[in-house]
Ligand binder design. Structure first.
Ligand code: PNW
Length: 460
């Protein structure tokens, strides 16, 4: 069987600003909600934080050389909003602009295409205090102002823009379960935050299209995350539950962009708890993504919970499960990563086919996929056979989806390097580069395997 990926397939690695940069209070950077959140005892495992993280801020050359060495063709990173605008709006921090200019220039000089995310969760703390963060009416304009500064400063070299990373995580984990910054707990906030995230995305895209796209010739889109939900049984009730779970996860953010409004099942179940868009807003949001950015990690079974509602688990669950009437579970046969996320490559294929069908064959870029394993270091080498198996499985599943008709155009591994895994701290190692206590980077074996995939453009 033909095992090649398309010739122009994009192979990349991904990171985010707060997880790798460090330099949290250097050269004019303002505090972000993650700087503040990590100061609160009990929020992060071992009371860890991103103050130093991978020290990437001071190691641009070393890190880009590493990317080159392991064969990355594209690099997805995020810009720290409070590094550019320390108070969230108004005054620009030139040192912040200089830092990203240096990084982008280094990438371009090494033939690595930059893919830039504007928001990967490090909201300027000033905006949380002053305008209530993602719950505030003013936030979408503030985001568009920030995006405008970035397009003007970097758009001559950056041709691939992602507005927001994983609105679902921001809304559910940050405003529903309260396990991520800003740590709010509510049944209603997630839907309000989600509404503003969509408006912010659309305003930034409108700014790009009106002011920059015709001269800079780049693309702009959004990245959403979604696990696959497999019906637990063949019963119509469980099949409907799995579909509902996918709608509350992904269609929540993708339907407005591809169809112009929230999924009917969310409107029905949530009633007035789900904000509504004006006609002008619908127009602005519909068609506002040049590609379908997808982060995918795992799969769970979904069962109808209408008569036996269980509360979801706190981390990595299906969102506010009470609103969906879905019970989630895993099979004892599935192998788990150290996140306790099940390894189910066929779920990835099914999700890609679901997206292809529901959104009328969009161009899909997998902007994150990967696994955490706590491999040990033996004589300077990392034993990561489990990671290699993970990538073999998922890449083969992606090939099957492509053969099945899905238009998958790129794949970014999460992550380039071990980094600050949010509320779980540094124990969870997602990197294809192992970072030791002296912040030395050691490529894992899979990095070499991965490079050979890129080299040969095929899965072995
Ligand atoms: C993504 N969940 O986060 C993020 O984009 C990365 O910053 C992160 O390091 C990576 O995946 C691994 O966690 C997620 O609970 C965090 O379902 C939590 C969930 C999903 C994605």
């Amino acid at each position: 069987m033909e095992k090649k990926f398309p010739k122009d397939f994009i192979w990349g690695g991904a990171t985010s600003s707060y997880q790798i940069e460090g330099a949290w209070n250097e050269e004019g950077k303002g505090p972000s909600i993650w700087d503040v959140f990590t100061m609160i005892p009990g929020k992060v495992n071992h009371f860890e934080n991103g103050n130093i993280a991978c020290d990437h801020y001071h190691r641009i050359e070393e890190d880009v050389a590493l990317m080159k060495k392991i064969g990355l063709r594209a690099y997805r990173f995020s810009i720290s909003w409070p590094r550019i605008l320390p108070a969230g709006r108004g005054q620009v921090n030139q040192k912040g602009i200089d830092f990203y200019n240096k990084l982008i220039n280094e990438l371009v000089a090494n033939d690595i295409t930059p893919w830039v995310t504007l928001y990967h969760w490090d909201l300027p703390a000033a905006l949380e205090f002053e305008i209530n963060g993602w719950l505030g009416e003013e936030i979408s304009d503030a985001f568009a102002e920030y995006a405008d500064v970035c397009f003007a400063a970097f758009g001559d070299r950056v041709k691939n823009w992602i507005t927001i990373n994983e609105s679902w995580v921001v809304a559910i984990l940050g405003y529903g379960l309260g396990v991520f910054a800003p740590g709010k707990k509510s049944m209603d906030y997630p839907y309000q935050a989600g509404h503003n995230l969509l408006k912010a995305h659309a305003k930034a895209v409108a700014t790009y299209r009106q002011k920059y796209q015709s001269t800079q010739h780049g693309r702009i889109g959004i990245t959403n995350n979604c696990d696959w939900r497999e019906p637990l049984t063949e019963s119509p009730a469980d099949k409907a539950a799995a579909e509902r779970a996918l709608e509350f996860f992904l269609a929540w953010f993708a339907d407005p962009i591809y169809k112009g409004d929230y999924p009917p099942c969310m409107k029905e179940r949530l009633g007035s708890r789900l904000p509504s868009f004006t006609a002008a807003e619908k127009n602005m949001i519909k068609g506002s993504s040049d590609f379908f950015g997808l982060n995918h990690y795992t799969t769970m079974y979904a069962a109808d919970a209408t008569h036996n509602r269980e509360k979801g688990s706190v981390y990595g669950n299906g969102g506010l499960s009470e609103d969906q009437d879905v019970n989630l579970s895993v099979s004892p046969d599935w192998k788990m990563t150290s996140m306790q996320w099940a390894i189910v490559p066929w779920g990835c294929k099914k999700l890609l086919m679901w997206i292809d069908a529901r959104y009328d064959h969009p161009e899909i870029i997998i902007t994150e996929n990967g696994c955490a394993f706590n491999e040990s270091l033996v004589e300077g080498k990392v034993d990561d056979h489990e990671r290699i198996q993970f990538f073999q499985g998922y890449l083969a599943a992606i090939q099957e989806a492509i053969r099945g008709g899905a238009d998958v155009k790129g794949y970014f591994i999460w992550s380039l390097m071990d980094n600050f895994e949010w509320a779980l701290g540094y124990d969870k190692r997602f990197g294809i580069t192992y970072i030791d206590q002296d912040l030395t980077r050691i490529p894992k074996a899979s990095a070499w395997w991965y490079a050979s995939v890129i080299e040969q453009n095929e899965v072995i």
